[in-house]
Ligand binder design. Structure first.
Ligand SMILES: [Fe+2]
Length: 202
């Protein structure tokens, strides 16, 4: 029989069916499947917004950040076959021994296949995945100075559907039962300011 202390430590390290990996583990895992810098930075941006959103909502910030890092891990592998997006990510993450809760959220973030789920983490992932590109586009419009981007800028650009047209506004709005949009925009901008050097912004 194991000493009680080992059993307790183990329970912190393992999730439902796999290992609760660290942020650094997740980033190096992503690096083995994703080589395009834009995609890598998109994953880090989504993760930073997930982390700050979780902190605001008193949720598990470490776990939400890892979900953000890993959510598009299959994107290069699927090579445009969006019917496989998420499903392949789920397979990869289980093979890598990642906790099944995380793998499932990654899988069903392909809402074209799985529809929208209403857990806070699912809503936050949809919102972060979509708002990140719009905020970065707004920063580029200001000469790369993300510190000049305000919630007012984002409110205006959010209404202008042709701006950063890839940002699916209705998916961002899924956060609304949890956080009002103007507050969410502040949180998301702050998260990208935190990692601005990594994103090549100032
Ligand atoms: Fe994404």
């Amino acid at each position: 029989m194991q000493p009680a202390l080992s059993r307790i430590s183990l329970s912190f390290l393992t999730g439902k069916n796999g290992i609760m990996i660290t942020r650094d583990d997740a980033i190096s895992m992503l690096g083995t499947y994703v080589t395009r810098e834009n995609l890598f930075n998109h994953c880090l941006s989504t993760a930073a917004i997930m982390k700050n959103t979780a902190e605001y909502l008193n949720q598990d910030a470490e776990k939400w950040e890892i979900i953000g890092i890993l959510h598009d891990i299959d994107y290069e592998l699927i090579d445009g076959d969006m019917a496989r997006h998420g499903t392949e990510g789920y397979r990869i993450l289980l093979e890598e021994g990642v906790d099944e809760d995380i793998a499932e959220i990654v899988k069903r973030h392909n809402d074209f296949i799985y529809g929208n789920s209403d857990t806070p983490a699912d809503r936050a992932l949809q919102a972060a995945d979509n708002i990140s590109g719009l905020i970065i586009a707004a920063a580029l419009m200001k000469g790369g100075r993300i510190t000049d981007v305000t919630a007012k800028t984002i409110r205006k650009k959010f209404k202008e559907k042709s701006f950063a047209a890839g940002c699916r506004r209705e998916q961002v709005a899924l956060i609304e039962p949890l956080i009002e949009l103007p507050v969410y925009f502040e949180i998301a901008i702050g998260a990208l300011v935190d990692i601005r050097e990594r994103l090549g912004l100032s």
